[in-house]
Ligand binder design. Structure first.
Ligand code: GDP
Length: 532
């Protein structure tokens, strides 16, 4: 059942059948593996590791840049659409590398729920916590998955305690593992006491085998499974402490339902698909910049959360990814850009994940549409049909790395400027300027240092204009205003610059430098930026 199968479906009805989410995790926790397993178990791909496009072209899930291949990490991000039990699942990809974070965080502005993936042997890791904090900031409900249960790891109860302590959420396990980490027999359904025994198929390429037992049938004696007695005991212990799933507190970001899985063998993954359908919220009327919700059945509207260029050599173009917020998207429709007031034709639109592309004809709230050659679009832009609306700006994250950028070859100044402008519009880097430095000498500001490498690579490859980057000693930025800016600019080691959205930023060497100034000059306006 895809969007096309319901041509007459209204936007609100279609939205009710949709779940739009992302997986947040630390590198190596198994995000790619889980993504592939979800797709396999929802029957969107035939074999783990390969996604098949309509044209029959097979492509691996990640990598679009040579650099990405060299490092073995995934930088691009887009979305994948799956279908499970009549519900459409939109999985938005988040690049996993710690340094390339701004993009990842922006994706979280386009989802309604997140799956927090934890490695059973490692517990909560730094990148998971950073992403979790952004989710909490935005009030995104979180489903927790403890992965790699097929391998020795921490004790289940220990992990539950750690989640509570580190995140402040109430963990409410929905399933409970039978067998310790490394000895995964199956799981109990805590609410009913039913048991699912699971067995990986040889080689793990196809989905796992599952056998279901009612609570009455599932006794340790009847099944010759002593581990089941321990699992029941622990589950009851959790019940006594009130750790049972509650939909209301989950949606309010107070509790998190927990599931156990071994994604590499597809164990517990079908249960997670069911959970996404049953528990994750469907798209709701989004508040516009004034806080007014726009009805799902209102005319089409969407916002741009990601722009990506040159996804591969065969498609050297610029894709803008928009999330539909209201109404029905139809290919070829003409919409208006809220920022420029200009009409915009949606003739060339795709669903995209990695290198696979399929033309989208119809899309509904919660869906992601990739618009080809959308050079007029910027990150955060709202598009609408008929009834004007503008969605709130996407959060800009606090940069911690700063570098002055100049073209290596002054003769290619024009290309250099165009390149910097383009990379900024895509949200690859933040660009700061000041009269002191001259407006043609931008300071690039990044959340992680790898963003500079991406800038350098793309300026060279796409604009034939290498950059000379000279790092600054600053590592901290605060938002300030005109009146404070003058005084700040006169202080040793402080530099004030203007971001392209007009926000003034004061840069400091480090926390101590900033603290010293804040202590003696309490009248200055120094607001924290959204922390990444
Ligand atoms: P990502 O960096 O989060 O995308 O992690 P990957 O999906 O690339 O997985 C990292 C490593 O962990 C790979 O070697 C996977 O095969 C392995 N892995 C992922 N899930 C599991 C699992 O459930 N069990 C085991 N034993 N290994 C896993």
């Amino acid at each position: 059942m895809t969007a096309e199968d319901h041509p007459a479906e209204g936007a609100a009805a279609a939205a009710a059948r949709r779940r739009t989410f992302a997986i947040i995790s630390h590198p190596d926790a198994g995000k790619s593996t889980l993504t592939e397993s979800l797709a396999l178990n929802a029957r969107a791909i035939e074999e783990a590791g390969h996604i098949h496009g309509k044209a029959g072209r097979s492509a691996t899930v990640s990598d679009w840049m040579g650099m990405e291949k060299d490092r073995g990490i995934s930088i691009s991000s887009a979305s994948m659409q799956l279908e499970h039990r009549g519900t459409v699942l939109n999985l938005l990809d988040t690049p996993g590398h710690a340094d390339f974070s701004e993009d990842t965080y922006r994706v979280l502005a386009a989802v309604d729920a997140a799956v927090m993936l934890i490695d059973a042997a490692k517990g909560l890791e730094p990148q998971t916590m950073k992403l979790f904090n952004v989710c909490r900031h935005r009030g995104i409900p979180i489903i927790t998955v403890i992965n790699k249960w097929d391998r020795p790891g921490l004790e289940a109860l220990e992990l539950i305690d750690e989640i509570r302590e580190e995140t402040g959420l109430d963990p409410t396990p929905v399933t409970w593992p039978v067998g310790i980490a490394g000895d995964f027999h199956g799981y109990l359904e805590r609410r009913t006491g039913d048991l699912t025994l699971i067995r990986a198929t040889p080689g793990g390429r196809r989905s796992a085998e599952e056998e279901h037992f009612s609570a009455g049938e599932a006794t340790p004696e009847a099944l010759g499974l002593p581990e089941l007695a321990d699992a029941r005991e622990e589950s009851e212990l959790l019940g006594a402490s009130g750790a049972d799933h509650d939909q209301e507190t989950f949606l309010a970001g107070i509790s998190t339902p927990v599931f156990f899985a071994a994604a590499v063998r597809h164990l517990g993954v079908p249960r997670l698909l069911d959970a996404l359908v049953e528990l994750a919220p469907s798209p709701e009327p989004g508040p516009d910049a004034e806080g007014e919700p726009r009805s799902l059945d209102a005319p089409f509207s969407a916002f741009t959360f990601k722009i990506q260029s040159g996804m591969d050599a065969a498609h050297r173009d610029r894709l803008a990814f928009v999330r539909v917020c209201s109404g029905v998207f139809r290919r070829g429709m003409t919409v208006t850009s809220a920022r420029t007031g200009r009409p915009f034709s949606m003739k060339y639109t795709h669903l995209a994940f990695g290198r696979t592309r399929e033309v989208v004809d119809v899309a509904y709230p919660g869906d992601v549409v990739g618009i080809v050659n959308a050079s007029a679009l910027r990150i955060g832009d709202t598009l609408y049909e008929a009834q004007p609306v503008e969605y709130p700006p996407l959060p800009r994250f606090a940069p911690e790395y700063f570098a002055v950028a100049r073209p290596a070859d002054m003769g290619r100044m024009k290309q250099f400027r165009r390149g910097v402008e383009q990379l900024e519009a895509e949200g690859v880097i933040q660009v700061l300027r000041s009269e002191v430095r001259g407006t043609h000498v931008p300071v690039l500001a990044a959340v992680g240092p790898m963003q500079f490498e991406v800038v350098d690579h793309r300026l060279r490859e796409e604009f034939r204009s290498s950059a000379k980057l000279e790092p600054l000693e600053h590592s901290l930025a605060r938002a300030t205003d005109e009146s404070s800016a003058q005084e700040l600019a006169g202080l040793a080691g402080v530099e004030v610059l203007e971001r392209s959205d007009g926000q003034l930023l004061a840069l400091f060497r480090d926390r101590w430098h900033l603290l010293g100034i804040e202590r003696t000059r309490t009248h200055l306006r120094l607001d924290p930026l959204v922390a990444a």
